[in-house]
Design a protein around this ligand. Sequence first.
Ligand SMILES: *Cc1c(COP(=O)(O)O)cnc(C)c1O
Length: 245
Amino acid sequence: MLSTPQNSAPAAPSSPGDEALTSGLAALRQRLDAAARSAGRDVRSITLLAVSKGQPASRLESALALGLTQFGENYLEEALGKISALAGTAAEWHFIGRLQGNKTRPVAEHFSWVHGVDRERIARRLSEQRSARAAPLNVCVQVNIAGEASKSGVSAAEALPLLHAIRPLPRLRLRGLMCMLPFDLPATEQHRHFAALRGLLEKANAQGLGLDTLSMGMSDDLEAAVAEGASIVRIGTALFGPRPQ
Ligand SMILES: *Cc1c(COP(=O)(O)O)cnc(C)c1O
């Protein structure tokens, strides 16, 4: 039969965009494999979070067809459109942007993870707004590990008290720490900051917090992040290419 079943999605067109994604993913997998190997780590212990901000839903469908299921979005309105376009697929959504106090509800309702919690008030709202029917919302605390004046995230000194405040919130599952480094740091500095985040996680776990996630490493610094123990790398441009304007 040559007819197309009515309820199946149209085949993904073999557009240049899909080829770029296929080759971007292959190159990225090679980088991750090499980084894991030289760190003596199993690459399967590292989750690839596809940062899909700025990408249309059609490209996320291509990514799903290539086996990617974890998507990171920064901009709430943009993300909600894609979440409804891809409803019923295996996609899981990670909010990685700056979260405003009045925007927590849609995040609590539609995402599986929030990577950038840096205030107790935001965490409380997320817990209150997370449906009892859904799995607890996974959260990471964002640490401004490089001490940049312009960046969000708590200081290393503030991280432990915030973690202890979030831990008992009933509808959250506290997973770990997240950081974002400035661009163009020398590799030695990348290693130093990522190692500091890992040290903070170890300190938290010595206090019984039971954290299992280091969300660190982007397109330009994933090798250093993997070497220092990243469990989730958040990759946009090295996977999808430059973001459309
Ligand atoms: C955009 C973004 C990324 C991905 O950055 P790339 O350099 O494109 O890999 C990762 N994490 C956060 C928080 C981002 O905003």
